[in-house]
Each structure stands twice: as structure tokens, then as C-alpha cells.
Write a protein that binds this ligand. Sequence first.
Ligand code: TYD
Ligand code: MG
Length: 453
Amino acid sequence: MKSKTMFYCTECGNELPKWAGQCPACKAWNTIVEQPAETKRRSAVSAGETRHSVSRPKPMAEVETGQELRFETGMRELDRVLGGGAVQGSLVLVGGAPGIGKSTLMLQICDHLCRFAKVLYVSGEESERQIKLRADRLHVQGTQLYLQAETNLEDILESVRELKPDILIVDSIQTLYNGELSAAPGSIGQVKDCTMALMQLAKGQGVTVFVIGHVNKEGSIAGPKVLEHMVDCVLYFEGEQQNSYRILRAAKNRFGATNEIGVFEMGDSGLREVPNPSEMLLAGRPQDTPGTCVTCVMEGVRPVLAEVQALLAPTSFNVPRRTANGFDFNRTNLLLAVLEKRGGLMVSTCDAYINVIGGLFLDEPAADLAMIIAMASSFRDKPVPGDLAAVGEVGLTGELRSVNALGQRLSEVHRLGFTKCLVPARAGGKLEVPDGLQLIKVRNIREALAAII
Ligand code: TYD
Ligand code: MG
């Protein structure tokens, strides 16, 4: 019999009859791979568990809701992103680039989890010895922590049947395989099938499952995106390798909101929680130096202060050079054009280098005003007062537009010891301004520049 092959997108799992350079569903490039078509026969593992229990429709009135049982992971930043702790019997997918710290995070929470639950940590990436060495380094004392280096799904399910853990951690889904499928580990078919089996484990036996999934740009392995619709929670761990800060975001959460973030710092002894990100991001800020300004952006529902920096210097090229790190490149050009045309500063003769401190990416228009001010400050070589922050969106005519959650932003600005804040004039009348914070209301960037630089 001729074996059939199918084409899949490793980003979104879309199936195609033939290869294409771009996925028609998610528009990602170079993500289509050829793989053997999945056999129709249901795998014994996925069918075996449920064969005896026949479910029947129930009147809704008879369905018991109860309160979902939650437990803390010992990491408040993680609990917050999960919506107030992990839900018993849920499946949480933790995605992120290789080396970002997913295994470290999972191993670290074991220290707390083991105190009240039996935890099985299955790794397909490291040997038991390697995990133990890492656990020692992270000061994880697991009395009820069981380690297993295994990649075969059936064997893992067998271990779960024997050991009966309350919590199962799988590192990583791409190394797992079901021997009944012909596809290679990490392929779409395998990744989906294994996740399905783990989901049945979670729902059927109430085991809380944490699954690690690598996100890789080349698309040679199926990423967590393919699994997003199947699982309860999807968390993404973000950050830059060369930067020690890590942000955990929820992309999906069946048991809570998705607008919370958790902030961590990677250090010598693992991940450390950062309950006060603003303080961390402002640490070491230069005083009385031109080209820097502080703003407040919303990371989910959390206001976070960020420092934006600009360096404008006369160009020695035909076309001025521009680079933007942590800020949209096109928006940088747009703001420079607004600054020239509406602010009257001849910045087109300058190279412009933009940087946001701490590895943050500011994709919120509320950061516009601070960026404009940092640029102007560098251009005129005059420092911005150290106790001043700026919040506001800049329009094409140089006008300032109001931003959402201004009250929350002002509280955070005040909490970190700033005494003045530039805000759009039409910021809303019933705004609660913290005592001791002076608002400087401006209608456009000319007024803003006149007020401080
Ligand atoms: P890891 O958790 O293995 O990443 P992932 O599972 O997401 O692939 O983290 C690996 C990186 O973290 C590695 O580059 C080393 C660094 N690291 C530290 O800096 N400090 C530590 O205490 C640990 C355990 C790792
Ligand atoms: Mg790992």
C-alpha cells in the first residue's frame, strides 16, 4: 500500500494537500512540512482509558459545578498569570524559545509543590542525574519528587498509573512519542496525539499536567501554537537570551483572564520573582543626562515604568541612519517626522538610535510622548528633569491624544517617586491624581517641548 503524505503548517497545524511557501491560514512563511498522513485507527492509549465509561447527556440543572480546586505553585508571579494558582486537573502548556528558562521554572516550582503533592517530572531532554544536579543548584528539595527520563508516551502513562502522582510535568512535548504512530517525535501528528493523551489524563484522573513546548523559528518541529486549542492554559515565556529579564504571559486561560503578566529575572540560582518591575527597570537610570525619558506602559493590567533613550547625532551619511531597539522602527521614523514638521526640530539631518531599557518592547502609543521628548532632549543636548515622566499618544499633526488607564499609570508614576507627569490636556476631568504628583497638561508636542526642554 502506498503510504500517503500530507502537508502541515508547523505554526498553526493547518493541513494542505500540497506544499506551499506560505501558509494560507496563518500567513507564516516556510512553515509547511511534509509528513505521513495520520492513520485513521485510534491509538490504543488514547482509546483505552475511556472505553468503559460511556458518557450520556445530562440536564444542565443536574450538572454539578462546585468550585474549581486551585493550589499555589509557590511562585506568585506564575500564580497570578494562571489566574490565582493552578487548577487541579488542568493542562497547562508552557511555551517559549529554547534556553529561555522553561525547565528551570518547572523544576523550581517543584520545591513548593512537593510539600503537599506527589510530583512526577518526566524529561525527554535530560537524564535523571542532570535533573538532580540542576535541582541541587536551584535548591529544590523534593521529598515527593520523582524523576524519570523517558520519551515513550505509553511508558509515561504506565508510570502515572503506578505512581499515581497529583502533578505531572512533561519536558518537552516535542520529545514525546507514541510508538503506535509512524511519525517522528516532534511532528504534528505525534505532538497532537501525545497532548490529547495527556489531556485525557488530566480530565479523567484529575492529574494536573504541566507541559513544556519549544517554540522554534525554523518550524522543523511543531510548536505550541498547534496545541493552543486543545489545552486549558497556554503560557508563553518571553525574553532575550542576553537579557536576564523574563516575562510570562497567558495566551489562553480557561480559568482566568489573559491580561496578567509575571516578571522574573534569571540569575545564578535560577529564576527570581520580580514583584516590582518598575523599580527594576529604572535601576541605574542616568541623572542629568540628555536623551532619556521615563514613561508608563500597561503590560496586561499592570502599569510598568520604562525608560526610553534616544541618541541623535549629526549624520555623516547620505541617508541618516536609524535603529530602534524595543520600539517599532516605523513608529520611530514617524515620530521623527512629526518632531521635524510639527516640533520644528531639524532632526532629518541626524542619525537616530533608539533604545528601550530592560528588553521591553513598547508597542503602546502611550509611549510616544516620552520618545519624542527623549529625541528632542538628545537633539538639544538638554536633560529632562529626573523627577518627570511623560504619558501620551502623539498624532500626525503633533497633537496629544489621551490614553487608557491613565489613573493607574499616574499612581505607578507617583509610587516610584516621580513628582511631575506630562499628560495630554484632554485627559478626562474626573481623573484621580495622587497627592504630590503635579500634572503638566499639554495639547501638542510644541507645548510639551516648551514646558520642559
Ligand atoms: P532552561 O530552563 O534549561 O531553558 P529551557 O528549558 O527553556 O530550554 O534554561 C537554560 C538557560 O538558563 C541556560 O542558558 C542557563 C540559564 N540558567 C541560569 O542562568 N541560571 C540557572 O540557575 C539555571 C538553572 C539556568
Ligand atoms: Mg529545557
